[in-house]
Design a binder for this molecule. Structure first.
Ligand code: HEC
Ligand code: HEC
Length: 179
């Protein structure tokens, strides 16, 4: 997929063409190819934009995403966030968490007040991301990354998750993925 230029030789690409670049990993139909890649279809516009901006600023680090946003301007990031937010959230058909994991996750979520920000059903809004039905492996990885500081674009989430164990985070990932 060329990063610049098109078959007509024009230097600027349409929004559709830019969005095509994303489908290679985030999925043609919104289902990511790799389970450690997040769903972006139907995620909230404000949140999508903040993440793209943070990758571009280097506040959130990921080799693949950094390479992608390098060639994009702020207007592109805003347009792409709006574009993907309008798509339907895909059904990844992940299993519901078992009763032990559910009880464990609900206990942690209650003490940490996760639904206060991620809202009922973990559907999120605006700059609070949807977590329900997100890819399990991605949820696990990104919560571990917040905790270790590898994902350092939100100090508050880092401080919160540092209070919890690997087992707690494992149960939360299974629970949220299966919603
Ligand atoms: C080469 C594969 C690849 C391509 C191409 C790609 N992404 Fe990503 N994207 C990823 C991976 C992997 C992550 C998770 C990285 C991490 O853990 O920080 C990610 C994360 C994201 C996130 C953060 C989502 C969240 O829930 O926090 C957004 C937003 C995003 N990508 C948007 C895009 C857009 C828009 C494009 C096209 C312009 C794109 N990506 C192209 C692989 C890719
Ligand atoms: C005070 C509000 C608040 C609370 C409480 C909160 N979060 Fe968050 N959470 C956020 C915000 C805001 C973000 C987006 C951070 C960013 O900009 O990257 C986020 C991001 C996340 C992400 C990353 C989503 C993605 O797509 O990458 C996960 C996973 C997450 N939170 C899980 C939890 C869990 C589990 C709890 C409870 C243990 C929790 N959060 C409690 C506000 C909150």
């Amino acid at each position: 997929m060329p990063l610049i230029g098109s078959s007509s030789g024009a230097v600027s690409q349409s929004l559709e063409e830019k969005a095509q670049l994303c489908s290679a990993c985030h999925g043609e139909n919104g289902v990511p190819q790799d389970p450690a890649t997040p769903v972006i279809w139907g995620q909230h516009e404000g949140y999508l934009y903040i993440e793209l901006r943070d990758y571009k600023r280097g506040n959130r680090k990921n080799e693949q995403m950094s390479a992608i946003v390098e060639g994009l301007e702020r207007d592109d990031l805003l347009a792409l966030a709006a574009y993907f937010a309008k798509k339907p959230w895909p059904n990844l058909s992940q299993p519901r968490a078992g009763s032990d994991d559910t009880t464990h996750a609900e206990r942690v979520a209650g003490s940490a007040q996760c639904p206060q920000c991620h809202l009922n059903g973990y559907l999120g809004d605006s700059t609070q991301p949807r977590l329900a039905g997100q890819n399990h492996d991605y949820l696990l990885k990104t919560m571990q990354d917040f905790r270790s500081g590898a994902r350092a674009n939100n100090d508050w989430m880092t401080a919160l998750l540092q209070k919890y164990s690997d087992d707690d985070i494992g149960a939360l990932a299974k629970y949220l993925a299966g919603l």
